[in-house]
Ligand binder design. Structure first.
Ligand code: ADP
Ligand code: MG
Length: 724
């Protein structure tokens, strides 16, 4: 056997070194993102089937998943009326009788035969007066020959006879594929444990003691071969902590490296221009705007580079907070830039904020792809010489020709709409500049930490508007109620949106994940267009023939779009039918009703953002979410939307049901790097890991101390810094 440090180095060896990891199975491993031995250990089971707690049939609680051990008393298969196959067995133990059924598995007639001992794991239900399990997991077992019986645990004298590794106890189930089954993975992981039984623990002992974390070795063993639920829980805790800890350590470290040799901008304290801006605004800031501004202000005045995310629902008033920050930059004699994902939005800044800046005498400009070549050259020159202090723009700001004299503040609005490279290419124009990003996507603090590591977050959690939007989920048989509400709103001279679904996609299966946060942002609305056109025709001819109804999709030409939007804003169009691509910046206070058709096809965050388009005026609004036959998962989501009007509460409720691995998508991170985390349940663990990473790097920035040697090795090893 290798020594501990050689074993530790083996973690970065190719996975082929493990027994059984070759040929097709190796391809299967690669498809799962497993290339090195380490990846194998970090490919955690996504589920455990708990066969450990075997209950007597008579004690089985209804509606719960449990294991029983019994004998097959009777068994028969039959064709169902619909041409399927149903296999039914009666299982008995000393306490009672249980019915088990399986569907469309004709081979069971040869395996689950009368008299065999069987271990079942399933949910107990009542069916026609019988205790029953539908499609339970099963294993055939045989009592061990008495002579060979040396096990002290009488109730577990079981021996697997039919299939691979014994699923007695707590059986891990792995994400697998056609080339590699979960059972094979289990074997390969066992082999890896033989090769690397005692890797060194990278976490310093002091930290482990303080946070009560078991060793790496215990964590990997506990997660892959849990002897019982208690050890599984301890292993899980260490695994979860570590997943967050590394993202934190990497991102804090990267941030510090970036700042090395750069002195950040120390902005002046609030001056006369900032005060004058307050007087120019037609409203006073809400409490949460003031709080956010104070947090941002403190960062601006500090020499360290600001890296802050401003989060607030649509309409919570982020723009004016950003404006205050921009003015601070100008006041300090430096430059600032604010980037938007669309031209509409950039134009809106110019239209709304420009006049205020003019009043203050601050030179500003707008840079989008619509700006002509000669004006553009002139603008480049002004930015280079600081002739212009503030610039609003789109992606056009990223052009290499855009060079600033002294850019001290960068603001990115709707930041989730930009890719990492885009964000970085703007930052690269002035790496020490204070950085503020803004988003309406509700991200609880713990998720922001996990995603963005070293970032700080400010929340706008109350809206300046006083209106309420009521959300109602309706089955399609009562969808007429929603159309009635539209009719009533139109009669009051108000307006409505009708958002159309994807018609051609398959129904999402129950439990299937609808993208949570921003994945959908990049979806094209192409598949939705046919549905929207059909709905338009239906509304025009059948439902509201006397009304003006227009259609807005990505296929509508730019000028046409502007005309439709202008007419809708002026109240000349009554109903706007659209796909989900309702442009950013659509702000029509007189629209008070929204219908979302086939709402179960959309994600929570998407529905929340959509409904933010109504209720922007002085009147209360309503949003109807219509669906037929939603799956259980969809029904739960729609119920959450009815219950929570606040984006953050909503996100928390949604996130409580998911692991971060589901949300962030394991794609960017390699094999399930945050799969153990649930950002709501584990929020205190996340805070702890974040604090620990910061503290470590504050006291030992280069991890040069002897006790941090393994930590440093792990941080610096090849490939560990490409994420983030
Ligand atoms: P978002 O956070 O979605 O970017 P905006 O910044 O566009 O929201 O603000 C939404 C609307 O609310 C704007 O018309 C803005 O002028 C207005 N607004 C912002 N702050 C206040 C406030 N404190 N009181 C009243 N209205 C406000
Ligand atoms: Mg905004």
């Amino acid at each position: 056997m290798h020594g501990r440090s050689e074993q530790t180095q083996l973690l970065d060896a190719r996975v082929e070194q493990v027994r059984f990891a070759h040929g097709k199975r190796l391809e299967g491993l690669h498809e799962l993102g497993i290339f090195r031995i380490r990846d194998l250990f970090e490919h955690y089971p996504f589920r455990y089937d708990d066969f450990s707690n075997i209950m007597r049939i008579i004690d089985l609680p209804l509606g719960e998943k449990n294991a029983v051990l019994g004998r097959i008393h009777e068994a028969k298969g039959r064709r169902t009326a619909r041409g399927g196959y149903l296999y039914e067995a009666t299982i008995t133990d000393s306490s009672g009788m249980l019915r088990a059924v399986w569907f469309n598995q004709a081979w069971l007639a040869d395996t689950l035969t009368v008299g065999r001992q069987i271990l079942l794991l399933g949910k107990t239900e009542h069916y026609n007066g019988f205790l029953s399990m539908a499609s339970p997991l099963y294993t055939l077992v045989a009592p061990q020959p008495a002579a060979a019986d040396t096990s002290p645990r009488g109730d577990q004298q079981l021996q697997q006879v039919e299939q691979g590794p014994e699923p007695v106890g707590i059986a891990p189930v792995y994400r697998a594929n056609s080339k590699l089954s979960s059972n094979w993975l289990k074997r390969i992981v066992l082999e890896a444990h033989k090769l690397v039984p005692e890797p060194l623990d990278p976490l310093p002992p002091g930290l482990r003691i303080r946070r009560k974390l078991v060793s790496r070795q215990a964590a990997w063993q506990g997660l892959h071969m849990p002897p019982n639920n208690e050890e599984l829980a301890l292993a899980h805790r260490r695994g979860a902590y570590e997943q967050v800890f590394w993202t934190q350590l990497r991102s804090v470290y990267a941030q510090k490296q970036l700042m090395q040799g750069l002195s950040g901008f120390t902005h002046q304290k609030v001056g006369s221009l900032s005060r004058a801006l307050g007087g120019l605004l037609p409203f006073t800031l809400t409490d949460s705007q003031q709080r956010a501004l104070a947090e941002i202000g403190a960062d601006l005045a500090a020499p360290l580079r600001m890296n802050r995310l401003l989060l607030g629902d649509v309409g919570s008033g982020k723009t004016v907070v950003a404006l205050h920050a921009l003015v601070r930059a100008a006041e300090s004699g430096w430059q600032a830039a604010m980037m938007a994902p669309t031209e509409v939005l950039a134009n809106q800044y110019a239209a709304q904020l420009g006049p205020l800046l003019d009043e203050l005498g601050i030179g500003w400009a707008l840079l989008t792809s619509a700006v002509g070549a000669s004006r553009r050259q002139e603008l480049y020159e002004q930015l280079r010489t600081s002739g212009v202090q503030l610039v609003f723009g789109t992606h056009a700001l990223l052009e290499p020709d855009v060079v600033f004299k002294e850019l001290s503040l960068i603001v990115i609005d709707e930041q989730h709409r930009f890719g990492v490279e885009q964000r970085n290419s703007l930052i690269a124009k002035s790496p020490a500049a204070d950085f503020l990003s803004m988003t309406a996507t509700p991200i609880p603090r713990s998720l922001a930490l996990v995603r963005y590591g070293s970032i700080q977050a400010s929340y706008l959690d109350n809206r300046p508007q006083k209106t309420r939007t009521t959300t109602v989920a309706l089955g399609s048989s009562v969808a007429y109620k929603a159309y009635e509400a539209v009719r009533e709103a139109l009669a009051r001279q108000e307006q409505a949106y009708i958002v159309c679904p994807l018609i051609s996609a398959p129904e999402p299966a129950d439990g299937e994940d609808i993208p949570y946060l921003d994945d959908w942002e990049s979806f094209s609305d192409e598949p939705y267009i046919a549905a929207a056109e059909a709905e338009l025709a239906h509304l025009r001819t059948q439902v509201f023939p006397e009304r003006r109804i227009e259609l807005l999709t990505s296929r509508v030409k730019s000028e046409e779009k502007q005309r439709i939007m202008a007419e809708f804003r002026e109240g000349r169009v009554d109903i706007l039918v659209s796909t989900t691509v309702i442009e950013v910046g659509v702000d029509v206070p007189n629209a008070t009703v929204m219908l979302v058709l086939d709402a179960d096809r959309f994600g929570l965050a998407q529905l929340h953002q959509l409904r933010g388009r109504v209720g922007r005026g002085t009147r209360d609004a309503s949003c109807f979410l219509i669906s037929h036959n939603p799956s259980q998962g969809a029904r739960t989501r729609l119920a959450l939307l009815q219950k929570y009007t606040d984006g953050l509460r909503l996100a928390e409720a949604d996130l409580a049901m998911r692991s971060e691995g589901d949300i962030a998508g394991t794609r960017q991170h390699g094999a399930g790097s945050l799969s153990l985390i649930n950002v709501i349940r584990d929020s205190s663990l996340i805070e702890a890991a974040h604090a620990d990473a910061r503290e470590l790097l504050d006291t030992d920035p280069e991890l040069a101390l002897a006790e941090h040697r393994h930590l440093r090795f792990e941080l610096m090893r090849e490939g560990s810094t490409d994420s983030n």
